[in-house]
Design a protein around this ligand. Sequence first.
Ligand code: ADP
Ligand code: MG
Length: 254
Amino acid sequence: MGIGVRNYPFVMSIQLNNLTLTYERHPAVHHVTATIGQGDWLAVVGPNGAGKSTLLNAMAGLTTIDDGSIEGLSPNTVAYLPQQTQLDRCFPITVFELVVTGLWAKLGFFESLNKSQYEQCGDAISAVGLQGFERRMINTLSGGQLQRSLFARVLLQDQPVILLDEPFNAIDTKTLADLTQLIKQWHQHKRTVIMVTHDLDYIQEHCPQTLLLARDCIGYGATKEILTRENLEKARQHFEAFDKRANSCVQGAA
Ligand code: ADP
Ligand code: MG
């Protein structure tokens, strides 16, 4: 069996309970409640600034929770592919070194790789079609090649829950198809995949569940019921109205 494709036998759902996340008391995610089943392939969709990345950061254990809770997750059950805007591409590391960071949780920062771990890194790099690129600096990669490297890192992390923040931004159609095959394998092997994307056609075709976010949860459930024109318009209007309310509060308080 290939790397990162074994089944997870235990049942684990993720609960978002009335979850609120803020920056300087300004809510970015507001009272969101949802139960995400093991093996779901969930799209998180919403306007720019709707709180999608903030939500994934919190699920990865990287932000503090202001109110409510997240249950069924811990940092050592989650593999996280952050949005490319959150990455410093100038950081002077090679593809191999980037991919190896997927083993840090198991390895510890200063431990060196044993032979089998070294092979696992090679296998992950091959699985995303980047063999021969191991020594390339990441700042010389195309958008698609960088995204493939980040998927290789997720493969190595080998976790039951996979968070992908806009994984298909600025990539070519071949990379999109190849990476979609990887996600399909994870899905078939009952990993939980939670993916932020703006591509509604992609969601309709691939993602059975959708969470429509505009700070508040506008809809959560089966994609065909949630991803309607009416709901998308509702999300847009809700988001704009929330901003106006927030502004008038600030002005009122001044
Ligand atoms: P999305 O991913 O849906 O585009 P984000 O989660 O990145 O949205 O951002 C949600 C809101 O939180 C936005 O108004 C954004 O400006 C704000 N925000 C995000 N990160 C920070 C931060 N580090 N400090 C302050 N505000 C932030
Ligand atoms: Mg984002």
